[in-house]
Design a protein around this ligand. Sequence first.
Ligand code: HEM
Length: 215
Amino acid sequence: MSVTGVALILFLTFHGCMNMVALFSEEGYNMICEFLGANWYAVVATLGLAALAVIHIVYAFILTAQNRTARGDNRYEVATTVKAGKVEWASKNMLVLGIIILIGMLIHLWNFWYNMMFAELVGAMPAIDPTDGFGWIKVTFSNPVFVVIYIIWLAAIWFHLTHGFWSAMQTLGVSGKIWLKRWQCIGMIYVTVLMLMFLVVVLAFAFGCAPSLSC
Ligand code: HEM
């Protein structure tokens, strides 16, 4: 779970940086989308990404089931004692957060991947050109329902990753008494900046205000 989780965070870092281009240049963003379209290397990368996500999700269910079998009803020893406040909300709800993220991901893939890469692969002609990523962002966030869904989705990812980041470091054995606190701090800053990169794109397109939208 930790290795696939870190790999998915690296993908998100790339994806967040790529999306920032949409704030500044329509042409630049669509050049990236064309490069990531139905080319063989982009399709191979998509399959690799899908494999990472599937392994991560399958292990989430296996580990949760194992924990519940091992602990029975008393799932969190600490949560039932005076120290209850010390157990992070996100750490107790990783599976629930994961399920919200999964539903958001299906909506997102339908909004973009299905209308772009998939449409190109099967030769379909959706309402907007499949390589016009900028156009797809504009149309998606002109709908307030999607704006709200994406904000909730990004908040769930933020909770999931602020816990997942340091938890992965612990599992990978690079954490200890001193480094645990440091990873928690590094993770909090990194994940907050990452999610703000996505949020700013959603809000900029929702309100039609970015250099690329000549606001
Ligand atoms: C502002 C928010 C976002 C925007 C505007 C956005 C935009 C896009 C676009 C345009 C594509 C299609 C790229 C192409 O096929 O050429 C895409 C694909 C994708 N996005 Fe996002 N995205 C956003 C947030 C996210 C987040 C938060 C995640 C993950 C949690 C994510 C995961 C993915 C995945 C897995 C794909 C498919 C990649 C592939 O085909 O290999 N996106 N997104």
